[in-house]
Design a protein around this ligand. Sequence first.
Ligand code: KIV
Ligand code: NA
Length: 278
Amino acid sequence: RKKVTIQTLQAFRQSKTPISMLTAYDYPSALACSSSLLTDIILVGDSLAQVCLGYTSTTQLTLSEMIHHARAAARGTAHPFLIADMPFGTYHTSVHDAVANAVRLVQEGRVEGVKLEGGREIADVVRRLTDIGIPVMAHVGLLPQRHCALSGYKVQGKSANAAKKVVMDALALEEAGAFAVVVEAVPLELGKYITDLLKVPTIGIGAGPHTSGQVLVYDDVMGTWSGHKAKFVRRFGNLKEVRDKAVQSYGEAVREGTFPDPQAESYTMDKIEWARFM
Ligand code: KIV
Ligand code: NA
């Protein structure tokens, strides 16, 4: 498949072809995401904080850690468009700092675009990055980087006023140049309303079936994540069961002495050489 571009994604938006996006965090997960021609976008999500590094929040993830993972994911990414989350704190201090950090993600992390959580308050950053040629995916609705300020991971835009705020944010970010907008954890009515209103694609996660595309966390899709399962998650595989069984079987075979097999899984010495050696 030809490399997916922003133009490809815009064409999908026009033809109402649902866009398929998945997170990946390293070389093997990016290879796995690339193995299906149906994957359009790979996101090195800052969910790597919890999923890969064992942190309790994305706010603990540093830019250096993100770059290290993005670089590995880039090596495994084939046709999908590759983006990475800008970690918490790396685009808030000034437009200048945001540009410097986004450039590091492109240069060292080798991603093609960046994703930023926030509304109107980050529109100037989104505009500047877009103006200098770094594609920006916006992220509205539930903003996990602000889970403390939001008192938890809750559905957003449930009241009329809250819904209006999410809509105004999405519009402002499109206006600022975002090439797509992730809409997280909002009622499906709002997911559809924003999708109909915007010209750029919306990528939903817990935003119902009417957005221009969907995104899920890799480990949720694989069924390897044993933590909390949100309502919007569907497990498409049960790799945890398969994986844990393999670990158990290996341990048993070692204990029983049935691994390795002396013929099939071991090397032998030439008999004459062995006699000389002895
Ligand atoms: O970090 C992440 O995994 C994300 C998405 C699931 C949208 O931001
Ligand atoms: Na994220």
